[in-house]
Design a protein around this ligand. Structure first.
Ligand code: ADP
Length: 588
């Protein structure tokens, strides 16, 4: 997502936004009808007031009571109609505004689900959250305001102008001339509003990012004593948001006084004209009233531009997210993968993150049920290599094959359902233990969940929790130890029962006792599956069927432990390096 891009064509963004309103045009039409009722009834109110004044001040002969009551009833009847129109129009339009936001949010979220891992690594979580939550809120406000004003105010304006023409067309002309003059300051300030609104939204996104980072990384913040630093960072962004909002406010607030000044000039012209001409009291009252009544629709209609600018700034940011291309997508004609896995191979695979080449001409093949270990220095490309299997990224060159078929020929869902992943950082959701284990298998029975937990050596500690399997675990499993989290993640993988398994340094962050339990759970999980395990400690890979040694994105050696050790190459070097580090005894 580009940060400070300002689209030149505001209308383009707004028109795109209007497309979201299209499904609700029936409601919009109903809203419009009530808008007409709201605006049109103003004419009726004026007619009522005018008649009353005539009756009170100018009538020569006394009117019968029935006529008096009828005239007196005109004002309240139209006032009530106006109120009803106002209420229902506002309701309808706000309904549409909020629905548009709901649709924007759901389509953005759906799009986010399709985006590849690369997108989430490039963009800050807080930024994404802010676009989905805050920017759409800003859009709602503007869509509702703009549509409500467009539905109501033109009719109010027309009613007032009609009244004026009905009374004296020359004065009506004065009123009408005011309108285009009022547009000038609005247009001038519109650009500023858009620019600062966009900057403001970006700063809010920064705020959310800091909040997100410091809450998820709370341990690190505390451990490094960085509370004051983070507080200052947050305060600084708060001040930045404040300053942008105040600039928007300054631009918006300037418009009204300017319009009032222009209007008052119009009013003075009217009074000058009045001094010379002979108008009746009722005419005078109607005109004075009409001038006052003109103020609201003129003000609101002229401010529509500002609202459009403000919402376009926010909508731009959401559309940028929606326009983010889906790089890993379903191939046309993709089929379900529903056969037993027999062989898995990488065929001259190369891969680059954007322009950075990481894997170079990787070739290897493994039969089902074998355990493959990936070793190599940090940054050698191990994680990248296993990320290609579930198509978190697509290869830049070459092919990844299952049973000799390109994995891109399978549907993403069926391919990924074949693969279980247990990473160093386990992701647990703010839900019950049982639901966390059954993640991806919402229809799993309680017995199946318990069986998986038992195999993962997690059953005992789950039973000790206050509500057993129904205990809620906080976000990121705050109430569990690292080893317990991992065993839940392993239970989740066992329940999923995938033929292919990816273990990414699954035990490297644990103490010895936890590691022993997690390793036991992993042994259970690995049985009968094709496993790709990334491990820093070579002690954990000794029993693997094949060890792939990666160096700078290439497989430099492959084979079993003893063969590689005897070969005296890179593996032996890595092994001896670790052996020296972990002296006096190598864990195994
Ligand atoms: P390993 O798992 O062996 O430590 P990785 O596969 O994580 O290595 O990384 C291989 C190389 O790719 C490293 O140089 C790393 O900096 C780079 N890399 C990893 N992820 C990304 C990414 N999302 N964007 C750009 N470069 C990346």
């Amino acid at each position: 997502m580009s940060k400070a891009k300002v689209t030149v064509n505001d209308w383009k963004t707004y028109k795109r936004l209007i497309r979201y309103v299209r499904p609700y045009r029936a409601r919009l039409a109903v809203g419009l009808v009530f808008g007409i009722l709201f605006g049109g009834s103003l004419a009726g109110m004026f007619a009522g007031v005018s008649k009353m004044f005539e009756m009170v001040f100018e009538s020569k002969e006394p009117l019968p009571w029935s006529a008096k009551i009828a005239i007196a009833a005109v004002l309240p009847v139209f006032a009530i109609l106006r109120g009803v129109g106002d209420y229902l129009c506002t309701y309808m339009i706000n309904w549409i505004g909020n629905r548009v936001v709901m649709d924007l949010r759901t389509s953005t979220f759906a799009h986010l689900q399709d985006l590849s891992l690369g997108f989430f690594q490039r963009n800050k979580t807080g930024e994404v959250i802010s676009r989905v939550v805050n920017d759409s809120m800003m859009v709602e406000r503007a869509v509702s305001t703009v549509l409500a004003d467009l539905a109501k105010q033109p009719f109010a304006l027309m009613a007032v102008v009609a009244i004026m023409i009905w009374n004296d067309w020359r004065l009506a002309l004065v009123g009408l001339l005011l309108f285009p003059v009022c547009i000038v300051p609005v247009a001038l300030f519109g650009r500023r509003v858009r620019r600062y609104a966009r900057e403001g939204q970006q700063k809010v996104a920064d705020l959310v990012s800091i909040l997100q980072e410091t809450t998820t990384g709370v341990r690190i913040v505390k451990a490094f004593g960085m509370e004051d630093y983070e507080m200052e960072r947050f305060n600084e962004r708060c001040r930045a948001v404040f300053s942008r909002i105040m600039r928007v406010t300054k631009a918006q607030a300037a418009v009204e006084p300017i319009i009032v000044a222009i209007s008052s000039i119009g009013a003075s012209i009217f009074l000058l004209y009045n001094m010379k001409s002979s108008v009746t009291i009722s005419q005078f009252v109607v005109f004075a009233g009409a001038l006052v009544a003109l103020y609201e629709p003129v003000k609101k209609l002229s401010k529509i531009h500002l609202s459009i600018q403000q919402s376009s700034a926010a909508a731009d940011r959401i559309f940028e997210l929606l326009d983010e291309p889906v790089t890993v997508c379903e191939t046309v004609g993709a089929v379900e993968f529903n056969e037993p896995v027999q062989e898995l191979s990488f065929e001259h695979v190369s891969f680059a993150y954007e322009d950075k080449p990481v894997l170079k001409d990787v070739c290897f093949s493994v039969k089902s049920g074998k355990h493959v270990a990936l070793v190599g220095g940090s940054g050698a490309g191990k994680s990248t290599m296993v990320s290609l299997l579930p198509r978190f990224y697509d290869v830049s060159d070459g092919r990844v094959l299952i049973n000799g078929k390109d994995i891109r020929s399978f549907t993403l869902k069926s391919l990924r359902s074949m693969i279980g992943i247990v990473t160093q950082e386990t992701i647990l959701f703010n839900d019950t233990v049982a639901n966390n284990i059954a993640y991806g298998h919402t229809d799993a029975s309680r017995d199946a969940v318990i069986a998986a937990a038992k195999k993962a050596h997690a059953h005992d500690f789950i039973l000790q929790m206050p509500e057993g399997y129904d205990t809620f675990i906080g976000e990121r499993g705050m109430r569990l130890s690292g080893g317990q989290c991992q065993r839940l993640a392993i239970a989740r993988a066992i329940l999923r029962n995938p033929p292919i398994l990816i273990l990414d340094e699954a035990t490297s962050a644990l103490d010895t006792e936890s590691e022993r339990q997690v390793q036991a759970a992993l042994d259970e999980l690995m049985q009968g599956r094709t496993v790709f395990a990334i491990a820093h400690r070579l002690s954990t890979v000794i029993h693997s069927d094949v060890i792939l040694v990666l160096d700078q994105g290439s497989i430099v050696e492959q084979g079993a432990h003893q063969t590689l050790l005897a070969g005296g190459g890179h593996y032996k070097y890595l092994y001896e390096l670790q052996f020296r580090e972990s002296k006096p005894g190598l864990k195994s």
